[in-house]
Design a binder for this molecule. Structure first.
Ligand code: THU
Length: 129
């Protein structure tokens, strides 16, 4: 999948967002090393802390189907500004793919790309355990 297609998938995944509390729709698209792509959206809950972000939805879908090697993730919010992954998502992505590229999108579909390590410097990982 080209970067353009991955970005479009993240933008499209916002349509499935369940965000009745925040009203902030987020979509994500995660590309695995073998080329498989998993989509995700945020899924909120009346017990707010039980909500899950779009990035983690995509990642948990992938891991639960046997994928653990990831190369790129695109994330799109409804905001005019870029949608940065929250701290919990950065940590969960770090578990599997510290070198992964993270493509953050703004509402106009413009992209800024980072290595996950740039977004989570000095991240905690399995090397401490
Ligand atoms: N959210 C995501 O899905 N991903 C992010 O990177 C930032 C925040 C969601 C969580 C919640 O449903 C809504 O955005 C507002 O915080």
């Amino acid at each position: 999948m080209t970067q353009r297609e991955l970005v479009q998938k993240a933008l499209d995944m916002r349509r499935y967002s369940y965000a009745p509390y925040s009203g902030f729709r987020v979509g994500a698209a995660l590309e695995c090393a073998d080329g498989t792509v998993f989509g995700g959206c945020n899924v909120e809950n009346a017990a707010y802390g039980s909500s899950i972000c779009a990035e983690r939805t995509a990642l948990v879908k992938a891991v639960s189907e046997g994928h653990r090697r990831f190369v790129r993730l695109a994330v799109a919010g409804d905001s005019a500004d870029y949608c940065w992954p929250c701290g919990s998502c950065r940590q969960v992505m770090m578990e599997f793919a510290p070198e992964m590229e993270v493509i953050c999108l703004n509402g106009r579909g413009q992209a800024k790309s980072f290595r996950l390590r740039e977004l989570l410097p000095y991240g905690f990982d399995q090397s401490w355990l």
